[in-house]
Design a protein around this ligand. Structure first.
Ligand SMILES: *[C@@H]1O[C@H](CO)[C@@H](O)[C@H](O)[C@H]1NC(C)=O
Ligand SMILES: *[C@@H]1O[C@H](CO)[C@@H](O)[C@H](O)[C@H]1NC(C)=O
Ligand SMILES: *[C@@H]1O[C@H](CO)[C@@H](O)[C@H](O)[C@H]1NC(C)=O
Ligand SMILES: *[C@@H]1O[C@H](CO)[C@@H](O)[C@H](O)[C@H]1NC(C)=O
Ligand SMILES: *[C@@H]1O[C@H](CO)[C@@H](O)[C@H](O)[C@H]1NC(C)=O
Ligand SMILES: *[C@@H]1O[C@H](CO)[C@@H](O)[C@H](O)[C@H]1NC(C)=O
Ligand SMILES: *[C@@H]1O[C@H](CO)[C@@H](O)[C@H](O)[C@H]1NC(C)=O
Ligand SMILES: *[C@@H]1O[C@H](CO)[C@@H](O)[C@H](O)[C@H]1NC(C)=O
Ligand SMILES: *[C@@H]1O[C@H](CO)[C@@H](O)[C@H](O)[C@H]1NC(C)=O
Ligand SMILES: CC(=O)N[C@H]1CO[C@H](CO)[C@@H](O)[C@@H]1O
Length: 774
């Protein structure tokens, strides 16, 4: 019997496999077929690879009776080669074996990095704006930045072109027209706009997200917000219904903007982002800003990640790529966009906070956070109830205390202020607010320790968020009296809020899950409650206070908002130092970043602990200092190719990527730490190991004759030495290599963090290290 069962088992297994293959044979899905560098020489962007080459490749694997499927969705033919197309699983795997094909992967859906579920709010940077234009070195280079995002709302005052000179000749892009977008919507500020239509290719089958609806126009507001943060012009008296009032302006107001609309309400297709990057490089932009990423759970490797692929070729052609780190914090290993050729940005708060105070019937008051346009006043108190005590019939109290949809008795809620707790991370603040708004509650008090650092925008609905301690006190008050009452006062702005910056709780954390030998994120920039231009139309009820016109500016939070601050800062530096490479600009912004807050104390995270480089990278950017960094760490394409070798890709793959005859040296993940990065990360340092030596090379970009000495900060037990510990630069010596040794015999286990700073009396070239001791 035994053998029969086994036979049957095998038989079923086999038939299952056969079935599976047939299904895999029939279902087509969008795939990206990436074929590496477009041409061995670095110029030749116009030397396009004709579509026919890729169609020929496709027809070699698609059966001739299905020839109508021989069609490209996107064709990559400028900075790199490849295409996207509808393929079956078998066709995809057949293609991946082809010569010259680097990788074939299913077109991923990427997410916009505004805070989870669009739930939070943002503000204007209260930190020193990147371009303090009054005392800057005069900008001499005309910089173009590409925003790969949700498009643009061109009527925003942030994109006016008064006083801006004619468009530089290096611009080769276009201003695409759409049903609601005309050529005249572009100007000398907003010089280009593209959108990508893909729905035709997919027909009616919703196997893929829709295209960008026939126009570069932004209907979501994300792209307008990020573009105006990076490069909006000065707008006086900007505010969000009176909040955050001041002059709105981007990091570098003279910078040109080109908008590439790749995202719709459903997210962003990876193949379209890749196309936009290929176009942007060809169009002649200097910087690409991407506030988008794969989910931190979906990262596979660099050559299956559209942003990593596009950024590799952009960097190779001198185009800086700045990306958001993601909003999946505060858990470790959540940072995305971590390739060493990407500039990865974490988010911090700024020196401004929004408070909405609760006043109870007994006169006690509690400061909560939140933004509301409440019309409640302290002279009228309202009944206050706990969700748990006003549950609907049959609804579990565990749901009612969380204000689940359907869990509350609307009759008992109407006209009252309701307290909701946060036991279930799956239910957003926004959903709870909508439940209470629907029930005609008077307002909402949300009790949660999470995201208190990020003010939620409840529009005209009275809302405030408090911690568990305050929540408990209010519940005690409710227990103590027959008729508990309260009010939620309108939001006030707390300027010069201290401390700032603080690492935002949502900001994704390192180390990188792909390699821990590069420290990520790189830097931190303002990303909480950022005021910038939005689309002044909203379908959401109660988002505009009664009797007010929709606001031209809005407050948003996310690493999405932090990224364009760094884009703006990079544009500012590039406008002064036109010949600096992407790695020099990145290095300048990294080694001059600050790890101190506005109370002259070390920067903390939102639970008040001194923050580490896996939370904030090397610190908060300081664009003015970055203009004059003294020394820089340079990396070039060869470094990045070596990185691919050390990471473990085959010689064949790397040759396809680079289209050069490279041969990898001996490969080891450990060698990644030796890439000339402006920070140092070592994934494993054994206690019983001899010293581990890392080398770095600095280039002097300051005065010709300069002498720097090293200053090392190391945690107890970790011995860190620098050889030599003095660097003498002169007209003939502009680059110097030094070694840093780490010895961990007495160090504590896990990550050890410290710094090495080079000082010449005028510059602080601050570098950070992270070393995991085992
Ligand atoms: C699209 O869906 C139809 C049925 O709705 C199906 O017959 C067809 O094969 C699908 N096409 C693709 C490309 O998946
Ligand atoms: C500034 O804007 C407010 C409305 O937000 C308006 O009432 C006021 O007149 C404006 N001030 C100036 C100087 O434009
Ligand atoms: C507040 O405004 C709402 C409309 O948004 C109105 O229905 C309500 O009566 C007002 N409440 C008070 C106390 O004025
Ligand atoms: C949240 O959702 C996930 C997945 O849907 C589920 O596994 C988890 O149990 C939920 N958490 C709670 C507290 O309900
Ligand atoms: C309020 O009273 C209820 C019922 O008596 C009790 O379960 C609850 O713990 C009390 N809450 C507080 C915060 O004292
Ligand atoms: C802040 O840092 C401490 C110590 O590293 C850590 O335990 C805590 O979880 C961090 N909090 C947040 C919100 O990241
Ligand atoms: C690449 O080729 C060289 C020389 O043949 C070899 O030493 C190296 O291990 C190869 N690298 C990989 C990743 O196969
Ligand atoms: C590539 O390099 C290897 C060794 O470096 C050499 O033997 C080979 O001839 C080269 N091939 C080409 C096409 O240049
Ligand atoms: C640098 O030092 C050399 C030798 O001491 C001297 O000749 C030269 O003038 C100095 N250059 C500058 C710019 O100070
Ligand atoms: C932040 C904010 O705009 N708060 C407003 C809340 O509503 C009251 C009354 O409408 C306003 O006076 C506040 O300015």
């Amino acid at each position: 019997m035994e053998w029969l069962l086994q036979f049957l088992h095998l038989f079923f297994l086999a038939s299952f496999l056969i079935c599976n293959t047939t299904i895999a044979d029939q279902i087509t899905k969008p795939y990206v077929v990436y074929m590496g560098n477009s041409s061995p020489n670095k110029i030749g962007l116009d030397e396009q690879i004709p579509e026919s080459v890729h169609l020929e490749l496709l027809s070699s694997i698609i059966p001739s009776e299905e020839s109508e499927r021989i069609e490209l969705i996107h064709h990559y033919n400028h900075a790199f080669s490849g295409f996207s197309a509808m393929l079956t699983e078998n066709e995809a795997s057949a293609l991946s074996g082809h010569d010259g094909v680097v990788s074939v992967f299913q077109d991923p859906i990427l997410e916009l990095h505004t805070t989870r579920s669009w739930d939070f709010l943002d503000s204007d940077l209260g930190m020193k704006p990147p371009a303090a234009t009054t005392h800057q070195t005069s900008a001499t280079h005309d910089i173009i930045i590409a925003l790969i995002d949700t498009g643009i709302w061109p009527e925003s005052p942030s994109f006016k072109d008064d006083g801006i000179g004619k468009i530089p000749s290096k611009w080769k892009g276009v201003c695409m027209e759409g049903h609601d977008f005309k050529k005249s919507n572009c100007n000398r500020k907003l010089i280009g706009a593209r959108y990508y239509n893909t729905q035709d290719t997919y027909g009616s089958n919703k196997t893929h997200i829709e295209g960008t609806k026939g126009s570069p126009r932004d209907s979501i507001g994300h792209g307008t917000h990020t573009a105006s943060t990076a490069a909006g012009v000065f707008v006086n008296n900007a505010s969000y219904f009176g909040l955050g009032k001041g002059t709105a302006r981007g990091g570098s107001p003279s910078t040109r903007i080109a908008a590439y609309k790749t995202c719709s309400d459903d997210g962003c297709s990876g193949s379209t982002i890749l196309k936009a990057m290929d176009d942007a490089i060809k169009d002649g932009v200097d910087i690409i800003s991407i506030s988008i990423g794969l989910s931190s759970l979906m990262q596979s490797d660099y050559l299956n990640d559209p942003i990593a692929i596009g950024a590799f070729h952009a960097e190779q052609r001198g185009v800086i790529v700045v990306c958001s780190a993601g909003n999946d914090g505060p858990d470790p290993y959540t940072v995305v966009n971590t390739a060493p050729w990407i500039f990865t940005v974490a988010a911090s708060n700024i020196d401004r906070n929004f408070q909405s105070t609760i006043v109870l019937g007994n006169g006690k008051s509690f400061k909560g956070t939140g933004i509301n346009f409440s019309n409640l006043t302290v002279s009228t108190l309202h009944s206050i109830v706990f969700g748990e005590n006003v549950a609907a019939k049959f609804a579990p109290t565990s749901e009612a205390r969380n204000c689940y949809p359907g869990s509350l008795d609307y009759n008992k809620v109407a006209g009252k202020i309701v307290i909701c707790v946060d036991d279930d991370p799956n239910l957003s603040r926004k959903t709870k607010k909508l439940v209470l708004q629907d029930a005609r509650a008077m307002g909402m008090i949300f009790v949660s320790e999470d995201n208190r650092d990020v003010s939620f925008d409840a529009g005209a609905f009275p809302f405030t968020e408090i911690g568990n301690l305050e929540g408990h006190q209010i519940l005690q008050y409710i227990n103590s009296t027959k008729k508990p009452t309260a009010t939620i006062l309108p939001t006030i702005e707390v300027p010069r809020y201290r401390p700032a910056p603080i690492v935002a709780s949502f900001s994704s954390r390192g180390p990188s899950s792909l390699t821990e030998n590069i420290l990520k994120p790189d830097v931190m920039a303002p990303g909480v409650s950022i005021l910038a231009a939005i689309v002044p139309e909203s379908d959401e009820p109660g988002s505009v206070p009664v009797g007010k016109k929709p606001s031209l500016f809005g407050i948003k939070s996310g690493t999405s908002m932090a990224c364009p601050h760094v884009t703006g800062a990079a544009a500012f530096i590039k406008s002064v130092h036109g010949s600096w490479s992407p790695s020099m600009i990145k290095s300048a912004l990294m080694t001059t970043a600050t790890t101190y807050n506005n109370m002259r104390k070390p920067v903390t995270n939102s639970s008040n602990y001194i923050s580490n480089p896996h939370e904030m990278g090397v610190g908060e950017i300081n664009p003015l200092k970055a203009l004059n960094p003294g020394l820089v760490f340079e990396t070039d394409v060869e470094d990045h190719i070596r990185f691919l070798c050390y990471y473990g890709y085959s010689n064949k793959t790397i040759r396809s990527v680079s289209k050069t005859n490279v041969t990898c040296p001996r490969t080891s993940q450990d060698l990644i730490s030796n890439i000339n990065y402006p920070s140092i990360s070592i994934q494993t340092l054994k206690r019983n190991q001899k010293v581990r030596i890392i080398t770095r090379t600095v280039t002097n970009v300051g005065t010709l004759n300069a002498t720097y000495v090293a200053q090392v900060h190391a945690p107890q037990g970790l011995i860190v030495k620098v050889i030599p510990n003095k660097l003498v630069f002169s007209a003939s010596v502009q680059k110097i290599t030094y070694k840093v040794s780490f010895y961990a015999k007495e160090a504590h286990g896990g990550y050890n963090f410290g710094s090495l700073t080079w000082l010449d009396g005028r510059h602080y070239v601050h570098t950070v290290y992270a070393v995991k001791v085992e």
